[in-house]
Design a protein around this ligand. Structure first.
Ligand code: SF4
Length: 214
């Protein structure tokens, strides 16, 4: 059984897959408490749903792309079984993880979108650094949510220290919603000379920041 907050179909709002039709499996629970978290509604409640039922609902939406997200999806051991089953059925699978749990042993066919928590999140100390050494340049992406200039400087130092421009498919710089001037982030990115990509959370611009299940 998995504890599930919601399963829905929308467009992918982030990463290099932004704009694509996607089914989202949003699992319940997260051990972190990022200051700017936009998913607090996933911290508790949710429903227990069997793996076959999750698979059935995913199939019914008819999207080739499926994202397993949260909360923190890797907080539930059964999530790894779900990921394997999705890959076995030839779904293209994305895992959106906050970077606290190890990504070791996740089905190789799934792509990982790994957050690195910056200082303004309040969770910087919980980054699991070995995850950065497991990135695969052909499919995995790294995301920095930026809420201050200090966050940007921190991101640049981590990008250089782990050579993320080479070892990841993409390095995403995502302004924290409502926390920072987008123009500032755009200028920092434009002037950085780094192989990074600024991204905006498409779904929030379309449906607004408070709407769930889209
Ligand atoms: S890891 Fe994600 S879900 Fe968990 S507190 Fe941080 S932003 Fe929220």
């Amino acid at each position: 059984m998995l504890r599930v907050t919601e399963i829905f179909r929308s467009i992918q709002g982030e990463s290099t897959h932004a704009g694509r039709p996607c089914t989202f499996v949003r699992l319940t629970g997260c051990p972190m408490r990022c200051v700017w978290c936009d998913s607090e509604y996933t911290f508790s409640s949710g429903e227990h749903v069997s793996l076959p039922e999750v698979m059935k609902q995913v199939r019914a939406f008819g999207c080739r792309l499926v994202e397993v997200t949260g909360g923190e999806p890797l907080a539930q051991p059964e999530a790894r079984t779900l990921i394997r089953q999705l890959c076995d059925e030839d779904f293209e699978v994305l895992i959106e993880t906050g970077g606290y749990f190890s990504t070791e042993g996740i089905d190789d066919r799934a792509a990982i979108i790994l957050d690195v928590k910056c200082p303004a999140s309040g969770e910087e100390e919980r980054n699991h650094w070995p995850n950065l050494q497991r990135l695969r340049a052909e499919q995995d992406e790294v995301k920095f949510v930026i809420a201050s200039r200090e966050d940007w400087d921190y991101a640049v130092s981590v990008i250089r220290r782990f050579d993320l421009e080479s070892v990841a498919k993409a390095v995403l710089v995502s302004p924290a919603w409502g926390e920072i001037d987008l123009k500032d982030v755009a200028e920092w990115v434009a002037g950085s000379g780094l192989k990074v990509r600024m991204q905006l959370q498409l779904h929030k611009y379309i449906w607004g920041p408070e709407v769930h299940g889209v």
